[in-house]
Design a binder for this molecule. Structure first.
Ligand code: ADP
Length: 328
Protein backbone atom coordinates (compact mmCIF):
# COMPACT_ATOMS: atom_id res chain seq x y z
CA UNK A 1 0.00 0.00 0.00
CA UNK A 2 1.41 3.36 -0.98
CA UNK A 3 0.49 6.95 -1.70
CA UNK A 4 2.08 9.19 -4.31
CA UNK A 5 1.28 12.82 -5.01
CA UNK A 6 2.80 14.28 -8.17
CA UNK A 7 2.97 17.94 -9.12
CA UNK A 8 -0.12 18.89 -7.13
CA UNK A 9 -1.26 22.42 -7.82
CA UNK A 10 -4.28 24.17 -6.39
CA UNK A 11 -5.24 27.80 -6.63
CA UNK A 12 -8.09 29.36 -4.68
CA UNK A 13 -9.77 32.55 -5.74
CA UNK A 14 -10.85 34.38 -2.63
CA UNK A 15 -13.90 36.63 -2.48
CA UNK A 16 -12.33 39.83 -3.72
CA UNK A 17 -10.64 38.02 -6.58
CA UNK A 18 -7.34 37.61 -4.74
CA UNK A 19 -5.60 34.42 -5.75
CA UNK A 20 -3.96 32.05 -3.30
CA UNK A 21 -1.67 29.31 -4.54
CA UNK A 22 -2.39 26.77 -1.80
CA UNK A 23 -0.39 24.01 -3.51
CA UNK A 24 2.46 25.04 -5.76
CA UNK A 25 3.72 21.81 -7.32
CA UNK A 26 3.79 19.34 -4.44
CA UNK A 27 5.48 15.96 -4.85
CA UNK A 28 5.14 13.49 -2.01
CA UNK A 29 5.35 9.79 -1.34
CA UNK A 30 4.22 7.74 1.64
CA UNK A 31 5.56 4.22 1.41
CA UNK A 32 3.84 1.10 2.65
CA UNK A 33 3.61 1.18 6.43
CA UNK A 34 5.23 4.56 6.63
CA UNK A 35 4.18 7.43 8.87
CA UNK A 36 4.83 10.63 6.98
CA UNK A 37 4.37 13.86 8.88
CA UNK A 38 3.61 17.00 6.91
CA UNK A 39 4.68 19.97 9.00
CA UNK A 40 4.35 23.67 8.27
CA UNK A 41 2.88 26.89 9.57
CA UNK A 42 -0.78 27.75 9.30
CA UNK A 43 -1.71 28.53 5.70
CA UNK A 44 1.14 26.54 4.14
CA UNK A 45 -1.26 24.20 2.33
CA UNK A 46 -1.28 21.14 4.58
CA UNK A 47 -5.04 20.74 4.81
CA UNK A 48 -5.51 21.39 1.13
CA UNK A 49 -3.01 18.62 0.42
CA UNK A 50 -4.85 16.17 2.66
CA UNK A 51 -8.20 17.13 1.24
CA UNK A 52 -6.88 16.62 -2.28
CA UNK A 53 -5.62 13.15 -1.36
CA UNK A 54 -8.98 12.33 0.23
CA UNK A 55 -10.81 13.57 -2.86
CA UNK A 56 -12.56 16.42 -1.07
CA UNK A 57 -10.73 19.00 -3.15
CA UNK A 58 -9.97 18.85 -6.88
CA UNK A 59 -6.51 19.68 -8.20
CA UNK A 60 -5.78 22.21 -10.96
CA UNK A 61 -2.84 20.06 -12.01
CA UNK A 62 -1.03 16.96 -10.82
CA UNK A 63 -2.01 13.46 -9.81
CA UNK A 64 -2.78 11.34 -6.78
CA UNK A 65 -1.85 7.66 -6.95
CA UNK A 66 -2.94 5.11 -4.39
CA UNK A 67 -1.34 1.69 -4.74
CA UNK A 68 -0.13 2.77 -8.19
CA UNK A 69 -3.68 3.52 -9.30
CA UNK A 70 -4.42 7.03 -10.52
CA UNK A 71 -7.34 8.23 -8.38
CA UNK A 72 -7.14 11.90 -9.34
CA UNK A 73 -10.67 12.01 -10.72
CA UNK A 74 -12.14 9.39 -8.40
CA UNK A 75 -14.76 10.67 -5.93
CA UNK A 76 -13.91 10.68 -2.23
CA UNK A 77 -16.22 7.78 -1.39
CA UNK A 78 -14.41 5.43 -3.74
CA UNK A 79 -10.81 6.15 -2.79
CA UNK A 80 -10.51 3.94 0.33
CA UNK A 81 -8.92 6.82 2.19
CA UNK A 82 -9.64 7.43 5.86
CA UNK A 83 -9.50 10.97 7.19
CA UNK A 84 -9.34 11.72 10.93
CA UNK A 85 -9.93 15.31 12.00
CA UNK A 86 -8.84 17.26 15.02
CA UNK A 87 -12.30 17.20 16.51
CA UNK A 88 -13.13 13.57 16.98
CA UNK A 89 -16.87 14.01 16.43
CA UNK A 90 -18.58 10.89 17.73
CA UNK A 91 -22.33 10.39 17.63
CA UNK A 92 -23.35 11.16 21.23
CA UNK A 93 -26.35 8.82 21.26
CA UNK A 94 -24.46 5.77 19.97
CA UNK A 95 -22.26 3.39 21.96
CA UNK A 96 -18.58 3.09 21.07
CA UNK A 97 -19.12 -0.12 19.06
CA UNK A 98 -21.82 1.51 16.94
CA UNK A 99 -19.71 4.62 16.50
CA UNK A 100 -16.83 2.55 15.18
CA UNK A 101 -19.01 0.53 12.84
CA UNK A 102 -21.37 3.21 11.59
CA UNK A 103 -19.49 3.99 8.39
CA UNK A 104 -19.40 0.36 7.39
CA UNK A 105 -23.10 -0.08 8.19
CA UNK A 106 -23.88 2.97 6.08
CA UNK A 107 -21.99 1.40 3.19
CA UNK A 108 -24.29 -1.59 3.37
CA UNK A 109 -21.89 -4.11 4.90
CA UNK A 110 -23.79 -6.83 6.75
CA UNK A 111 -24.24 -6.46 10.51
CA UNK A 112 -22.37 -9.66 11.43
CA UNK A 113 -19.42 -8.72 9.29
CA UNK A 114 -19.27 -5.22 10.74
CA UNK A 115 -19.41 -6.60 14.29
CA UNK A 116 -16.50 -8.94 13.62
CA UNK A 117 -14.44 -6.19 12.09
CA UNK A 118 -15.23 -3.75 14.92
CA UNK A 119 -14.05 -6.34 17.44
CA UNK A 120 -10.81 -6.93 15.53
CA UNK A 121 -10.01 -3.24 15.38
CA UNK A 122 -11.03 -2.72 19.01
CA UNK A 123 -8.69 -5.50 20.05
CA UNK A 124 -5.80 -3.98 18.11
CA UNK A 125 -6.42 -0.59 19.73
CA UNK A 126 -7.14 -1.85 23.22
CA UNK A 127 -10.68 -0.57 23.04
CA UNK A 128 -12.54 -3.78 23.86
CA UNK A 129 -13.45 -2.75 27.44
CA UNK A 130 -14.95 0.47 26.10
CA UNK A 131 -17.17 -0.92 23.33
CA UNK A 132 -20.33 -0.66 25.44
CA UNK A 133 -19.74 2.87 26.67
CA UNK A 134 -21.36 6.08 25.50
CA UNK A 135 -19.11 8.87 24.14
CA UNK A 136 -19.71 11.07 27.21
CA UNK A 137 -18.25 8.29 29.35
CA UNK A 138 -14.90 8.53 27.56
CA UNK A 139 -11.85 10.68 28.18
CA UNK A 140 -10.56 12.93 25.40
CA UNK A 141 -7.84 10.43 24.56
CA UNK A 142 -10.28 7.54 24.42
CA UNK A 143 -12.51 9.51 22.08
CA UNK A 144 -9.56 10.10 19.79
CA UNK A 145 -8.78 6.40 19.85
CA UNK A 146 -12.38 5.59 18.91
CA UNK A 147 -12.10 8.04 16.01
CA UNK A 148 -8.95 6.25 14.89
CA UNK A 149 -10.72 2.90 15.18
CA UNK A 150 -13.59 4.22 13.07
CA UNK A 151 -11.07 5.24 10.43
CA UNK A 152 -9.28 1.88 10.47
CA UNK A 153 -12.39 -0.33 10.47
CA UNK A 154 -12.85 0.24 6.76
CA UNK A 155 -9.37 -1.16 6.04
CA UNK A 156 -8.38 2.00 4.20
CA UNK A 157 -5.48 2.02 1.80
CA UNK A 158 -4.26 5.31 3.20
CA UNK A 159 -4.97 6.98 6.53
CA UNK A 160 -4.86 10.77 6.80
CA UNK A 161 -4.70 12.58 10.13
CA UNK A 162 -5.41 16.31 10.20
CA UNK A 163 -3.94 17.76 13.43
CA UNK A 164 -5.60 15.04 15.50
CA UNK A 165 -3.70 16.07 18.62
CA UNK A 166 -4.06 19.84 18.35
CA UNK A 167 -6.73 20.17 21.02
CA UNK A 168 -5.40 17.77 23.64
CA UNK A 169 -3.12 18.60 26.55
CA UNK A 170 0.58 17.75 26.64
CA UNK A 171 0.40 14.57 28.67
CA UNK A 172 -2.38 13.13 26.56
CA UNK A 173 -0.62 14.20 23.40
CA UNK A 174 2.44 12.15 24.34
CA UNK A 175 0.24 9.14 24.96
CA UNK A 176 -1.71 9.66 21.74
CA UNK A 177 1.50 9.76 19.73
CA UNK A 178 2.24 6.29 20.99
CA UNK A 179 -1.31 5.25 20.07
CA UNK A 180 -0.93 6.54 16.55
CA UNK A 181 2.30 4.63 16.17
CA UNK A 182 0.62 1.50 17.49
CA UNK A 183 -2.25 1.85 15.03
CA UNK A 184 0.20 2.26 12.26
CA UNK A 185 2.22 -0.78 13.24
CA UNK A 186 -0.79 -3.03 13.57
CA UNK A 187 -2.42 -1.96 10.31
CA UNK A 188 0.61 -1.24 8.13
CA UNK A 189 -1.15 1.39 6.04
CA UNK A 190 0.71 4.48 4.94
CA UNK A 191 -0.29 7.34 7.21
CA UNK A 192 -0.01 11.02 6.48
CA UNK A 193 -0.19 13.12 9.61
CA UNK A 194 -0.48 16.89 9.28
CA UNK A 195 0.65 19.21 12.06
CA UNK A 196 2.07 22.66 12.70
CA UNK A 197 3.88 21.28 15.76
CA UNK A 198 7.60 20.74 15.15
CA UNK A 199 8.06 18.59 18.23
CA UNK A 200 5.26 16.32 17.11
CA UNK A 201 6.72 16.02 13.64
CA UNK A 202 10.09 15.10 15.07
CA UNK A 203 8.71 12.61 17.53
CA UNK A 204 6.26 10.88 15.27
CA UNK A 205 7.44 10.88 11.68
CA UNK A 206 9.36 8.12 9.94
CA UNK A 207 9.90 10.98 7.54
CA UNK A 208 8.79 14.59 7.60
CA UNK A 209 7.81 16.84 4.72
CA UNK A 210 8.47 20.47 5.65
CA UNK A 211 5.96 22.74 3.89
CA UNK A 212 5.84 26.49 3.39
CA UNK A 213 3.72 28.55 1.04
CA UNK A 214 2.34 25.59 -0.89
CA UNK A 215 5.67 23.86 -1.42
CA UNK A 216 7.54 20.96 0.13
CA UNK A 217 10.91 22.42 1.08
CA UNK A 218 12.46 19.14 2.22
CA UNK A 219 11.31 15.59 2.80
CA UNK A 220 13.50 13.24 4.80
CA UNK A 221 13.88 11.56 8.19
CA UNK A 222 13.51 13.96 11.15
CA UNK A 223 17.14 13.32 12.11
CA UNK A 224 18.36 14.19 8.63
CA UNK A 225 16.24 17.34 8.31
CA UNK A 226 17.50 18.45 11.72
CA UNK A 227 21.14 17.67 10.96
CA UNK A 228 21.17 18.90 7.37
CA UNK A 229 18.36 21.34 6.60
CA UNK A 230 18.19 21.92 2.85
CA UNK A 231 17.58 25.66 3.06
CA UNK A 232 17.70 28.51 5.55
CA UNK A 233 13.90 28.46 5.62
CA UNK A 234 13.87 24.81 6.72
CA UNK A 235 16.54 25.59 9.31
CA UNK A 236 14.36 28.35 10.75
CA UNK A 237 11.20 26.30 10.75
CA UNK A 238 12.28 22.79 11.77
CA UNK A 239 13.76 21.93 15.14
CA UNK A 240 13.03 22.62 18.79
CA UNK A 241 14.11 26.24 18.29
CA UNK A 242 14.64 28.24 15.09
CA UNK A 243 18.24 28.13 13.90
CA UNK A 244 20.28 31.33 14.27
CA UNK A 245 21.19 32.76 10.88
CA UNK A 246 24.06 35.18 10.35
CA UNK A 247 24.83 36.86 7.05
CA UNK A 248 28.35 35.97 5.91
CA UNK A 249 30.26 36.98 2.81
CA UNK A 250 29.34 36.34 -0.82
CA UNK A 251 25.69 35.52 -0.50
CA UNK A 252 26.27 32.87 2.10
CA UNK A 253 24.30 32.60 5.34
CA UNK A 254 25.81 30.89 8.35
CA UNK A 255 23.55 28.93 10.65
CA UNK A 256 24.08 27.71 14.21
CA UNK A 257 21.43 25.98 16.31
CA UNK A 258 20.66 27.61 19.69
CA UNK A 259 21.44 24.28 21.34
CA UNK A 260 24.95 24.42 19.85
CA UNK A 261 25.77 28.07 20.44
CA UNK A 262 28.06 28.52 23.47
CA UNK A 263 27.93 31.60 25.65
CA UNK A 264 31.37 32.11 27.22
CA UNK A 265 32.74 34.66 29.69
CA UNK A 266 36.03 34.91 27.79
CA UNK A 267 38.00 33.35 24.99
CA UNK A 268 37.78 33.48 21.21
CA UNK A 269 34.53 34.13 19.41
CA UNK A 270 32.06 36.90 18.70
CA UNK A 271 31.74 39.44 21.50
CA UNK A 272 28.32 40.74 22.41
CA UNK A 273 25.94 41.75 25.17
CA UNK A 274 23.26 39.67 26.82
CA UNK A 275 19.86 41.13 25.99
CA UNK A 276 17.57 38.70 27.79
CA UNK A 277 17.61 35.51 29.84
CA UNK A 278 14.53 33.36 29.95
CA UNK A 279 14.07 30.18 32.00
CA UNK A 280 13.10 27.11 30.00
CA UNK A 281 12.88 24.01 32.16
CA UNK A 282 16.33 22.70 33.04
CA UNK A 283 17.91 25.30 30.83
CA UNK A 284 17.83 28.98 29.94
CA UNK A 285 17.27 30.69 26.66
CA UNK A 286 19.78 33.51 26.33
CA UNK A 287 19.55 36.29 23.76
CA UNK A 288 22.83 37.91 22.84
CA UNK A 289 23.31 40.87 20.54
CA UNK A 290 26.72 40.54 18.90
CA UNK A 291 28.62 43.83 18.66
CA UNK A 292 27.68 45.66 15.45
CA UNK A 293 24.88 43.23 14.60
CA UNK A 294 21.22 44.10 14.13
CA UNK A 295 19.80 40.72 14.99
CA UNK A 296 20.29 39.01 18.34
CA UNK A 297 21.18 35.32 18.55
CA UNK A 298 19.54 32.70 20.70
CA UNK A 299 21.46 30.20 22.81
CA UNK A 300 20.19 27.42 25.03
CA UNK A 301 22.48 26.97 28.02
CA UNK A 302 22.35 25.14 31.36
CA UNK A 303 21.14 27.19 34.34
CA UNK A 304 24.53 27.02 36.01
CA UNK A 305 26.19 28.73 33.02
CA UNK A 306 23.51 31.39 32.49
CA UNK A 307 24.82 34.96 32.28
CA UNK A 308 22.94 38.04 33.51
CA UNK A 309 21.17 40.50 31.28
CA UNK A 310 23.62 43.23 30.29
CA UNK A 311 26.66 41.02 30.81
CA UNK A 312 29.45 41.05 28.21
CA UNK A 313 29.96 37.59 26.69
CA UNK A 314 31.63 35.82 23.81
CA UNK A 315 29.69 33.59 21.44
CA UNK A 316 31.43 30.50 20.15
CA UNK A 317 30.58 27.36 18.28
CA UNK A 318 32.41 24.38 16.92
CA UNK A 319 33.12 24.36 13.17
CA UNK A 320 31.16 21.13 12.77
CA UNK A 321 28.07 22.83 14.23
CA UNK A 322 28.09 25.50 11.56
CA UNK A 323 25.67 25.27 8.65
CA UNK A 324 25.96 27.14 5.37
CA UNK A 325 23.07 28.24 3.15
CA UNK A 326 22.68 30.23 -0.04
CA UNK A 327 21.25 33.63 0.68
CA UNK A 328 18.97 33.43 -2.38
P1 ADP B 1 -2.86 24.83 6.36
O1 ADP B 1 -3.63 23.58 6.47
O2 ADP B 1 -1.38 24.60 6.21
O3 ADP B 1 -3.17 25.81 7.45
P2 ADP B 1 -4.57 25.35 4.09
O4 ADP B 1 -4.36 24.23 3.16
O5 ADP B 1 -5.79 25.32 4.94
O6 ADP B 1 -3.27 25.56 4.99
O7 ADP B 1 -4.62 26.72 3.26
C1 ADP B 1 -3.60 27.09 2.33
C2 ADP B 1 -3.95 28.45 1.75
O8 ADP B 1 -5.11 28.34 0.91
C3 ADP B 1 -4.28 29.49 2.78
O9 ADP B 1 -3.78 30.74 2.36
C4 ADP B 1 -5.79 29.50 2.81
O10 ADP B 1 -6.29 30.76 3.21
C5 ADP B 1 -6.14 29.18 1.37
N1 ADP B 1 -7.43 28.46 1.25
C6 ADP B 1 -7.69 27.22 1.73
N2 ADP B 1 -8.93 26.85 1.40
C7 ADP B 1 -9.50 27.89 0.72
C8 ADP B 1 -10.77 28.12 0.12
N3 ADP B 1 -11.73 27.19 0.13
N4 ADP B 1 -10.97 29.32 -0.50
C9 ADP B 1 -10.00 30.25 -0.53
N5 ADP B 1 -8.78 30.08 0.00
C10 ADP B 1 -8.52 28.93 0.63
Amino acid sequence: MSLVVEGARKEFVARRGARVLALDGVDLEAKPGELLVVVGPSGSGKSTLLRAVAGLESLDAGRVLIDDRDVTGVPAGRRDVALVFQEAALFPHLRVAANIGIGERARGTRRREVETRVREVARALDLEPLLGRMPDELSGGERQRVALARAMVRSPRVCLLDEPLASVDTELRLRMRAEIRAVQRSFGVPMVHVTHDQAEAMALGDRVAVMAAGRVLQCDTPAEVYARPATAAVARSFGPLPMNLLPAADGVILGVRPERLRVCREGRGRPGSVVAVEPSGEECLVRVLPDGAEQDLLARVPWADAPHPGERVVLAWRPEDEHRFDAA
